[in-house]
Design a protein around this ligand. Structure first.
Ligand code: AMP
Length: 116
């Protein structure tokens, strides 16, 4: 059984978060330490620790994460200029919270994809 993270508490609204969207499959909220003018996290309501744990049964929720990303980017007014969707996996990917999440970042030029 995977260990819950703070994100499960956000989904259940047990701790405060700036939730922008929630349905039966996904929740989206503002990142507490934004790295860009717009920085939103989109997560599945079911706990999937990393991309390595993704199964076929998760495909509906994972697809919903993208349609919600599109909707929130449009609402934020950044769709036309563009934005970046990022999902980190494990240590080398820089993952800190082990409940998969799609970072939606934009609102400014983002520079190169990687700075190693
Ligand atoms: P990652 O490094 O991909 O695992 O990203 C984790 C992200 O979660 C970071 O950008 C954090 O700022 C963000 N984060 C951690 N705790 C919270 C929280 N309570 N509310 C909103 N964002 C959070």
């Amino acid at each position: 059984m995977a260990q819950e993270t703070i994100f499960s508490k956000i989904i259940r609204k047990e701790i405060p978060a700036d939730i922008l969207y929630q349905d039966d499959l996904v929740t989206a909220f503002r990142d507490i330490q934004p790295k860009a003018n717009t920085h939103i996290l989109i997560i599945p309501n079911v706990l999937i620790p990393t991309v390595n744990d993704v199964e076929a049964e998760h495909e509906l929720a994972l697809g919903r994460m993208f349609t919600v990303a599109r909707k929130l980017a449009s609402e934020a007014g950044i769709a036309e200029d563009g934005y970046r969707l990022i999902m980190n996996c494990n240590r080398h990917g820089g993952q800190e919270v082990y409940h998969i999440h799609l970072h939606l970042v934009g609102g400014q030029p983002l520079g190169p994809l990687l700075s190693l």
